[in-house]
Design a protein around this ligand. Sequence first.
Ligand code: AMP
Ligand code: GLY
Length: 422
Amino acid sequence: MNILIIGSGGREHAFAWKIRQSPKIDQLYIAPGNAGTAEFGTNLEIGTTDFQEIRQIVLDEKIDMVVVGPEVPLVEGIHDFFLADELLKKVSVIGPVSRGARLEGSKDFAKEFMFRHGIPTAGYLSVTKDNLEQGISFLRGLKAPYVLKADGLAAGKGVLIIAGLADAEQSLREMLGGMFGQASETVVIEEFLSGIECSVFALTDGKNYKILPVAKDYKRIGVGDTGLNTGGMGAISPVPFANALFMKKVEERIIIPTVNGLQRDGINYKGFIFFGIISVNSEPIVIEYNVRMGDPETEAVILRLKSDLVDLFEGVANGDLAERELEIDSDAAATVMLVAGGYPGVYNKGDVITFPDEVPGSILFHAGTKINGNNIVTNGGRVIAISSKGKDFREALKVSYQNASKIEFKNKYFRTDLGFDL
Ligand code: AMP
Ligand code: GLY
C-alpha cells in the first residue's frame, strides 16, 4: 500500500516511523515532512492545504491512503475534497470530513454538540457583537477566573484565562473587535474548572472505536507550569491519575456518547478524536475536542502501540475497526521537547543541530528541522522530541533527559521538571 502523510511535525515523524514498520507499506510520502521523515519516506514540497497539488501526487504516485496529521486541512475540508472527486473517492482518508472537524474548528459547535448529547463539559455562553450585553451579564454571574475562547482556530492561542472581571469584560470586547481576526467573531465564555488535565485519544471508523494510550502534555514554557503556552514541551504516558476507574468513566460518559452523537448527527467520522479532559474531584469533564492526534503526545503514545498502525487505519477506512487488534505495551513512555530559545515568542531558524552517534534508549522525532546541504538545521520553535520508554514515566523521562544534553544547537531549551505535578 502507498501512503501519504500530511504534516511536518514530530507527530508526523512518529507516524512515519510507525507506518514504515508495517508489512503492508510500499511507498511512503510526507507532505511537506521534515529532516526526520525523510529517513522513512519521500518528502514532497507541498503545503498541507494545497489540495490540488495533493490530488495530483495522489494520482501520479497511486496513493491508497492519506493520513492527515494537523487540524487545518481537516477543517478546510480535505476529506470532503477527496469524496467529491471521481478519481479520489476510493482513496482512504484518515481524518474526519469538515462537519466532524468542526468539533475542533468551532468551540461553539463543540459546546452545543456536548450539551445536546449529554457529555459533561463546563457551562458556557456563546457571544457575538449582537449579544454582547448578555455576554457581559453572563460574565458577571461567574466566579473568577474567567475563561474566554475564540470560537475558531487560532493556532492554540485563542484561549484567555483572566483573573479580574473588569479585564475579562475588556478582553471580551477586544476579542469580538478582532483580536484573533475572524476566529474571535464569536467568543465562548466558559465556567472555569479547577483540576488536572490529560489527553485521551480514540480512533474511530464512525461506529466502532479503539482507545489509545492516555497521555499528559506540558503546555507552558516554564518550569512549574509557568509562562506562556506552547504547542507542548513534552508528554508522558500513561497518566497515573487516569486509572482504570477514571478511564471507565471517560469511556461511558464521554467517548461512547461522542461516537454515538456523531453518528446520530449523520457525521461519518473516520479518524482520531482527541478528548482534552480535566479531572475535577476524579470526575472527567471535557475541556475541548481536537480532531487529530496531539503533538507531542503522539511521540510518547506511539512507542506504546504494539499493533500495526496501518492495519488499524485500514479498519477505520473499511468500517471494520472492531475486528482489528489493538495491543498496548504496559511500559511507560515519555517525550522531552527541545525548543529554540525565545519560543513561543521570537526565535531563530536555520541553526545547525549536532547529534551524538547514539542516543541510548531513545528515539528522536524531528519537529521543526530541515535538511540544509550536509546539515540538519532548526526550522521551527519546537525542534526535536526525545522519546523513551521505561517501567514508569519517571524512568522513561530519565532516559530522555540523559540524551537531551547530548543534542546541541544554539540557544537550546527544554523543561527539566516534566512530571513534577504527578
Ligand atoms: P483549549 O484550547 O480549549 O484546550 O484551552 C487551552 C487550555 O486552557 C486548556 O488546556 C486548559 O488548561 C485551559 N482551559 C480551557 N478551558 C478551561 C476551563 N473551562 N476551565 C479551566 N481551564 C480551562
Ligand atoms: N498537545 C496538545 C495538542 O496537540 O493540541
